[in-house]
Design a protein around this ligand. Structure first.
Ligand SMILES: CCCCCCCC/C=C\CCCCCCCC(=O)SCCNC(=O)CCNC(=O)[C@H](O)C(C)(C)COP(=O)(O)OP(=O)(O)OC[C@H]1O[C@@H](n2cnc3c(N)ncnc32)[C@H](O)[C@@H]1OP(=O)(O)O
Ligand SMILES: CCCCCCCCCCCCCC(=O)OC[C@@H](O)COP(=O)(O)O
Length: 443
């Protein structure tokens, strides 16, 4: 008796109407599959050769042939490569593809019995946690994509078979796996929202690092060193990144940024994605206050330094205070605007954190107005806990300036309260009205 450990199974409800596939489904592939790959392919018994009825082909990928760690997607690839490539043309409608742990099948596999047709048919989420299709593999994959994948894989198969005559079997296997990566990546991007989440995040960081490599020499050419004017270069380099991540910005209140001279911009801080919104509206001669750790962020850190970003040590209030007092002086001397995140840290809890006092001390010290800018909540497209990063729209609302002329340190508390209340109600307002995710990846 062959004992299979619980594995993943995959189902293709093909709706195929050709006699050839009906044959394959009734058994001829089972032998090939089992012998070559460790597959059991079965189908619904009620399907006959001539009937134009949906056929479910279901493979079970166990660990009996030493492929213990093989991913179900690889198993799917094998199925395509060896059995289904020729029959895909016969598909008559999009094939919903689902992966799930089928405990009934696993139990039967453990006992060494074959999978009955009813158990073999792909099941759908019935709300039961154990049986539920994992969120990562629950999306329908369109027929044309599967066709493309199949053609790609069959082409790969030919290539690697040819190469195996000269380079040997192990390198052909390696090639096989290598060539499998691009379509699998596409399939994962298509089907797994968790994968999309990590992919987009990594892409964002990597892309910013690459852009920064470009930004460094450009900044040096423009200003010869650290200068607020370099922010123009950085701004123009970062502006396209929103398109790559599927984000859209809707900005209102542009007129409030027309204020002349230095001012302090304060905004809420949800994620490093805020940089994209910041670059959307960043006025000329404006730089930021940031935590000092950012300077160590490789090429991005160097770019930040070149852009004139003021780094503070949040853990040492006295240090931070003196750096900000110095910044107030520079603001006036060099006619610079400063962008501060008064929450002092990232926050995505659907509300604003209590503000720190530095930004208001800064504005009072420089006697410069405060311009609050509110970013709508990212929760309609970006959820860190749920690992969701869809495309979406972000509203940026620029609020009227708050004057600080004649104010002293005594007024800092009331200035802070006033700004907080204005921003909080604007945040709730823009977050409420923001359109829901315009991506298609929500479950
Ligand atoms: C193409 C290239 C591509 C490359 C990529 C491009 C790169 C991207 C480009 C650009 C990206 C830039 C993106 C940057 C994003 C970074 C964001 C961050 O890093 S957010 C974290 C840091 N930000 C802050 O922390 C806010 C500022 N913080 C403050 O202002 C705090 O107030 C701080 C640190 C100064 C002190 O914080 P406390 O935690 O100690 O708390 P408190 O209550 O505010 O202050 C304590 C006491 O100190 C007084 N105080 C504070 N500041 C004062 C001051 N300036 N003068 C006098 N007293 C002051 C206060 O009045 C308070 O005293 P009493 O309670 O009133 O007695
Ligand atoms: C090796 C690290 C590479 C990092 C590359 C990052 C590329 C994106 C550049 C955007 C910079 C945004 C910086 C930012 O948003 O920092 C977070 C702080 O505000 C708040 O931090 P925390 O939550 O208080 O620790």
């Amino acid at each position: 008796m062959m004992v299979q450990e619980p594995g993943w199974e995959f189902g293709l409800d093909t709706g195929v109407s050709t006699p050839t596939l009906a044959m394959s489904a009734t058994g001829s592939l089972v032998t090939t599959g089992s012998q070559d790959l460790g597959f059991n392919v079965s189908s619904e018994t009620r399907c006959s050769r001539q009937d134009r009825v949906p056929v479910s082909v279901l493979g079970h990928w166990g660990s009996n042939r030493g492929q213990r760690d093989e991913h179900p997607l690889l198993a799917l690839q094998h199925l395509y490569q060896h059995h289904l490539v020729w029959s895909i043309q016969g598909w008559t409608r999009p094939a919903p593809l689902s992966f799930q742990r089928n405990q009934q099948c696993e139990a039967q596999q453990m006992r060494g019995t074959s999978i009955p047709a009813a158990a073999a048919a792909p099941q759908h989420d019935d709300g039961d946690d154990d049986d539920a299709i994992p969120a990562t593999f629950s999306r329908d994959v369109p027929r044309w994509f599967l066709c493309l994948l199949a053609h790609f894989l069959s082409a790969t198969n030919t290539t690697t078979t040819t190469s195996s005559t000269t380079t040997g079997t192990s390198s052909s296997t390696r090639m096989d796996v290598l060539w499998t990566i691009p379509p699998l990546l596409l399939l994962l991007l298509w089907s797994s929202s968790t994968f999309v989440f990590y992919f987009k995040k990594c892409f964002y960081v990597a892309w910013m690092m690459c852009l920064a490599v470009l930004a460094i020499p450009l900044c040096l050419l423009k200003s010869g060193g650290r200068d607020v004017e370099n922010m123009r270069v950085i701004r123009s380099l970062v502006r396209h990144v929103k398109h790559l991540l599927g984000l859209r910005f809707e900005v209102s209140g542009w007129e409030h940024l027309q204020t002349k001279g230095p001012y302090v911009i304060i905004s809420n801080h949800q994620s490093s994605l805020d940089v994209l919104g910041l670059m959307e509206v960043l006025p000329d001669r404006c730089t930021m206050i940031a935590k000092k750790e950012l300077i160590y962020a490789g090429t991005v850190g160097i770019t930040c330094w070149l852009g004139g970003i003021v780094f503070i040590n949040r853990k040492k209030t006295s240090d931070a205070k003196s750096v900000m007092a110095e910044a107030a002086k520079t603001m006036l001397d060099d006619q610079i605007r400063l962008w501060v995140f008064p929450e002092g840290t990232r926050n995505q809890r659907g509300d604003l954190l209590p503000f720190k006092k530095g930004a208001f001390h800064l504005a009072v010290a420089a006697q410069a107005p405060i311009i609050p800018i509110v970013f709508s909540s990212y929760s309609n497209f970006y959820l860190r806990k749920e690992k969701q990063f869809n495309s979406g729209t972000i509203r940026l609302k620029i609020l009227p300036k708050i004057d600080t002329k004649g104010m002293t340190t005594e007024d800092v508390a009331s200035l802070l309260d006033k700004s907080f209340n204005l921003m909080r109600s604007a945040f709730l307002e823009v977050s409420d009205s923001v359109p829901q995710s315009n991506g298609t990846r929500c479950h």
